[in-house]
Design a binder for this molecule. Structure first.
Ligand code: ADP
Length: 264
């Protein structure tokens, strides 16, 4: 299968008045269509920088970020690379919902910015709100929702643009532990049921294992790929609790713990 996303030897440094910070060094990995990949690494190693590069906010200093649409034989060489990127959704730690807009109006925001607020798109957003239990709350303001519901609303706003690839930068870290368990499973199942490809950054090793098809471990800064670990859990159902109770879970946790301890 051809990867949806391929990073080849990507390096990046920040240059500021106080000096140079090497964030990424010769980083290479691939993500395949429909995969849910989690990324862990020491704090400050370059995880957010990596997502900014994949999203196109930063350009790599060295190396390449390739999408399957670019390497396709149908892609003419004179088409600008940015135009050949698949649609990408980006979800951050904070939900960034606007308080002066209702849940429905927030969910439409990306479509408005992209000039894609068509009757069909609005119908699609309503169907997402219906499918994911927010239809009753569509005329409420974000402050009237729970933390988990806000994250779901933010995901619907991202899904409204029908992205092929979702980049998730610690989207559950602002939630309390119990809510986080529920919401992470909930969001992960929504993404998988829509057959989207996802790359999720987390500092929580258990979360990384319970949600992922594969975990990528980054080294300390400048980040490079230290290890890739495919995850196969024997689960009773699709819940996070089932994943955490799987007999293989502890072994995966120990492998990650050791890999991360080396990077301290
Ligand atoms: P992580 O997400 O793994 O915590 P980041 O990608 O945010 O790490 O940052 C990697 C390194 O780059 C850190 O040392 C950070 O201080 C530095 N850094 C991040 N953004 C900037 C910036 N805009 N200017 C200068 N240095 C930055």
């Amino acid at each position: 299968m051809r990867p949806l996303l391929k990073l080849e030897d990507v390096s990046y440094s920040y240059h500021t008045i106080s000096g140079e910070t090497n964030a990424l060094s010769h980083l290479s990995f691939s993500v395949y269509p429909g995969e849910f990949v989690t990324v862990v690494g020491p704090s400050g190693c370059g995880k957010s920088t990596l997502l900014s590069i994949i999203f196109g906010l930063l350009a790599p200093e060295e190396g390449k970020v390739l999408f399957s649409s670019e390497s396709s034989p149908q892609c003419p060489s004179d088409v600008p690379k940015k135009k050949m990127r698949p649609p990408i959704g980006y979800m951050l730690q904070k939900d960034h919902l606007f308080e002066w807009r209702t849940v429905y109006q927030n969910a439409l925001l990306g479509l408005e910015v992209a000039h894609k607020n068509t009757p069909e798109a609005r119908e699609y957003v309503l169907s997402l709100l219906r499918d994911y239990g927010l239809y009753k709350f569509k005329d409420k303001r974000p402050c009237e929702l729970s933390g988990g519901m806000k994250q779901r609303a933010a995901l619907i706003r991202t899904l409204a643009l029908n992205p092929d690839l979702l980049l998730l930068d610690e989207p559950f870290s602002a939630l309390d532990y119990q809510t986080r368990l529920h919401v992470s499973g909930d969001i992960c199942n929504i993404i998988k049921s829509r057959k989207k490809t996802a790359l999720l950054i987390t500092h929580d090793l258990s979360e990384a294992i319970s949600l992922a098809d594969r975990v990528i471990v980054l080294s300390k800064r400048p980040a490079t790929v230290k290890m890739e670990m495919p995850v196969r859990l024997t689960k009773q159902d699709n819940s996070v609790l089932s994943a955490r109770n799987a007999p293989e879970f502890k072994d995966y946790f120990n492998i990650l713990w050791e890999a991360m301890s080396d990077e301290k």
